[in-house]
Write a protein that binds this ligand. Structure first.
Ligand code: NCD
Ligand code: ZN
Length: 349
């Protein structure tokens, strides 16, 4: 594709997003719905979404937060705990209440206090999921305080993920928001049932961004950005044309005051310009012709869901990213991106 000025792709999905609840949900959900046809909604609310009733109620609150006539489908997930109930999970998948289950190692990230302390507690649930073809979404970081925070993803592969993939060889696994060359290598060398999501921010920043002239809380997320060589590896994988890598923003809004704090929250809010950010990265890699598969095809294929109908169009026109939306700082705020989603949404001025 030589220097296009217009890029039309099948409507994309976001395979990993935090939409939150209450006033924050109302503030952020329209941004995701404007860009994506469907989204895998993370269940790390307080309390977490661990059963069908909670997922159905949350789905209702998401739909109520969207503008009228908005064509957006939230795909709900079940938060796995040490008490994960295989029967409830299977019933939730079969009835469409759950699209997947999410594994947070206990205390790995925001609102993961109810997460799993020992993976063997999940055996019955994982057996049911493998049998049904229900994806397991993995926050792949160990929480052992002895392990350096920049090594937690790579160590997770060795200590947990490799064994899980061996013990459940047919289980669909999505290694979420990968940040390391080790994660890329693991996914590339595994079977077709194992894929990975890649965030816009991990394509753009390396760990220097967190310390750029001072401490930068808005560049802090989990898994934390790694060295430049890892960013390069993740970029290469995402733009390689491999069907194993697909779009998952991990947009994770927190009020600026909660991030600009003595103990700032992890999470980057990228929902307003996620597609534009990915498109810029694909263009920089000379891979715009591979963007559609990454954004709109590889995810649904792994999940076993139909591809979306319809298209979205990006045009080559600079778009200014605002510093903030409400009290949340926007990723790349104050900068500009070379591609713009068309048409501009009705709720933006
Ligand atoms: C997420 C959040 O804030 O809920 N934060 C983040 O840094 N990505 C949790 C998560 O996905 O780890
Ligand atoms: Zn997340």
């Amino acid at each position: 594709m030589s220097d296009p000025t217009r890029l039309a792709i099948r409507r994309p999905d976001d395979w990993h997003v935090h939409l939150r609840d209450g006033a924050m949900l109302e503030a952020v959900a329209p941004f995701t719905a404007r860009q994506f046809a469907r989204a895998i909604v993370m269940p790390n609310l307080v309390p977490p979404v661990t059963n069908i009733a909670a997922a159905e109620a949350y789905r209702g609150r998401i739909l109520a937060a969207l503008p009228d006539g908005c064509d957006f489908t939230p795909l709900m997930t079940c938060y796995l705990t040490d008490q994960a109930d295989a029967v409830e999970i299977a019933r939730g998948y079969e009835t469409g209440a759950f699209a997947a289950c999410k594994l947070y190692p206990a205390h790995a990230t925001t609102n993961s206090a109810y997460g799993v302390t020992d993976i063997s507690n999940l055996w019955p649930a994982l057996e049911a999921m493998q049998r049904l073809g229900m994806p397991l979404l993995v926050h792949g970081e160990v929480t052992d305080p002895e392990v350096d925070i920049f090594d937690r993803e790579a160590v997770f592969i060795d200590r947990i993920l490799a064994g899980l993939a061996r013990d459940f060889p047919a289980l669909k696994i999505v290694f979420e928001h990968i940040t390391t060359a080790e994660a890329v290598a693991f996914v590339e060398s595994s079977g077709p049932n194992i894929g990975a999501t890649v965030t816009p921010h991990h394509l753009v920043i390396n760990r220097n961004a967190i310390f750029d002239g001072g401490l930068r809380p808005h560049a802090y997320c989990l898994p934390v950005a790694k060295r430049e060589r890892h960013r390069r590896a993740v970029r290469r994988a995402a733009t390689s044309g491999s069907t194993k890598f697909f779009l998952g923003t991990d947009s994770a809004p927190h009020a600026a005051s909660a991030k600009e704090s003595a103990c700032g929250c992890a999470g980057i809010f990228n929902a307003p310009f996620a597609l534009e950010t990915y498109a810029a990265a694909f263009e920089e890699e000379g891979a715009l012709d591979r963007f559609e598969a990454f954004a709109s095809e590889n995810g649904p294929r792994l999940y076993g869901l139909p591809l979306n109908e319809g298209q979205v169009v990006l045009e080559r026109a600079p778009v200014e990213v605002p510093e903030t939306e409400g009290d949340v700082r926007v990723f790349l705020g104050g900068g500009s991106l070379p591609w713009r989603l068309v048409p501009p949404s009705s709720f933006r001025t």
